[in-house]
Write a new protein. Sequence first.
Length: 250
Amino acid sequence: MAHPLARDVEIDDPSSVEVHRRMILSKPFLRRIYEEWYDQIMSALPPGKGAILELGSGTGFLREYIRGVVTSDVRRHAGVDVVLDALALPVAAGSLRAIVMVDVLHHLAEPRRFFSEARRCVRSGGAIVMIEPWVTKWSKLIYTNLHHEPFRPQSAQWEFSTTGPMSGANGALPWILFERDRDQFDREFPEWGVQRIEIQMPFRYLVSGGVSMRSLAPGWSFGLCRGFEQALKPWMRSLGMFAMIVLSRR
């Protein structure tokens, strides 16, 4: 079931970013998932002035949705405006309206440094908006057994050792920060209010094949699959695999 484009690509190879982007754009079902996520991000952006910075832009196409978004990544890729380290942002204090990202936070080995930097860079009333993996009974089964990234909800520490920009990860980190250790996060970062956590998408990403497998669903079936998932909304805390998380800068 491995996708031909991804079969021989190492996850930390710089070429993997362009391969993954081609897969997202060429698989109609997967592209529509990203379009839905981008719509969610746009709906959560605060009004007012200030730039919007996207982290980990290499594989995506958010700039088609948000005019003027500053795209960034840890490595130079086509369509990326700036190469930067999310733990040491080259951004003036209070100059950002929002930081946005899809599947990036759980790759940041020192999340405390990131949230401190974001606190400095995002203006009052600004936001961090992200789509990230989430821990549920169902997702734990999938991420532990069928996914290449480390997934350690039992980890006592927020930090982790990194092996590379993509292979270094703890897919359970967002859940650890904003669910298991929520009180601790609130104490350490009182400037960041957790405004919304929307658990979602138990099956659609799986049947899309993601950025490594062939799609199991044609593009025309996207609406049917979304309707099925919406019917399962009361059980998302047990079934969801992702969450949209919105933090507001107090």
